[in-house]
Design a protein around this ligand. Structure first.
Ligand SMILES: *[C@@H]1O[C@H](CO)[C@@H](O)[C@H](O)[C@H]1NC(C)=O
Ligand SMILES: *[C@@H]1O[C@H](CO)[C@@H](O)[C@H](O)[C@H]1NC(C)=O
Length: 239
């Protein structure tokens, strides 16, 4: 019994020491906040079971619905991969205005699922159903978040993301792979898919929004789980 308690005591001591050895960032030090969030974000994306943080990569989504002016789509059993490899190129914490703005550069974001899509994309009539895969390379994503500050039961200050504006900006390439994008005519389907891939920038910017924002909001919920567990003064540290 004594041994068990001694071991526990040493474990506690060790974990406290490792936390204490971290030098917290000055919240106005943009470089420190950036480097720190760049280090913690991949871990959050991978999931941290001990803190109850669910994985965001792979991110499993039962259903995604996209409704655009001329196109609607549904993805079932969808999986998004790639958030683990995103680099935080810039992060800015403005506590006075409760804002947290960060930029990600993600080398490869892959969305897969059983899709159904109906409507029109540019001059192409779409009536598709099958397997869908979209690979987006080197995409810049900006998250402009409004924060809430609160004190936990232990009196520690925490932040949470309340709402976020999510913008998907430039990317270097998008590969669009939808089986049977015209489910009645394979030849036409192949032509449409070719045209969409030739116009990958316009096609992806037109259609990706609802799916990508849905996925990113789930990632943000997982980031919030981390923010609930780790007090503000331990969130950002010198790396
Ligand atoms: C972010 O972390 C990656 C490793 O995950 C590293 O290669 C990169 O240089 C870091 N970037 C910044 C801005 O700190
Ligand atoms: C999707 O692809 C899998 C194999 O990757 C295949 O078993 C399945 O039948 C395909 N589904 C449709 C609707 O084409």
């Amino acid at each position: 019994m004594t041994l068990v308690f001694t071991t526990l005591f040493i474990l506690c001591l060790t974990s406290r020491t490792s936390y204490a050895s971290r030098t917290p960032c000055d919240f106005n030090d943009e470089e420190c906040i950036t480097n720190s969030f760049n280090e913690t974000l991949p871990a959050i994306a991978a999931g941290i079971p001990t803190l109850g943080v669910k994985p965001s990569d792979p991110l499993k989504m039962e259903i995604i619905i996209g409704v655009l002016p001329k196109l609607t789509y549904i993805f079932r059993n969808a999986v998004m991969t790639g958030y683990k490899d995103c680099i935080v190129t810039n992060a800015l914490l403005k506590l006075e205005t409760t804002k947290f703005i960060y930029d990600l550069l993600c080398p490869s974001i892959v969305l897969k699922g059983d899709y159904e899509m109906n409507g029109q994309m540019f001059e192409n009539v779409i009536n598709g159903k099958g397997n869908g895969t979209v690979v987006t390379e080197n995409i810049h994503i900006q998250i402009d978040a409004d924060l809430e500050k609160y004190k936990s039961d232990t009196g520690k200050e925490h932040i949470l993301i309340r709402t976020a504006q999510i913008e998907h900006h430039e990317r270097t390439n998008v590969v669009i792979g939808f089986d049977h994008i015209n489910k009645d005519n394979d030849e036409l389907a192949a032509k449409i898919l070719k045209r969409l891939n030739e116009n990958w920038l316009a096609a992806s910017k037109y259609a990706e929004g609802p799916a990508f924002r849905f996925a990113m909001n789930l990632f943000i919920q997982n980031i919030n789980t981390y923010f609930k567990k780790v007090p503000l003064d331990e969130l950002f540290y010198k790396v």
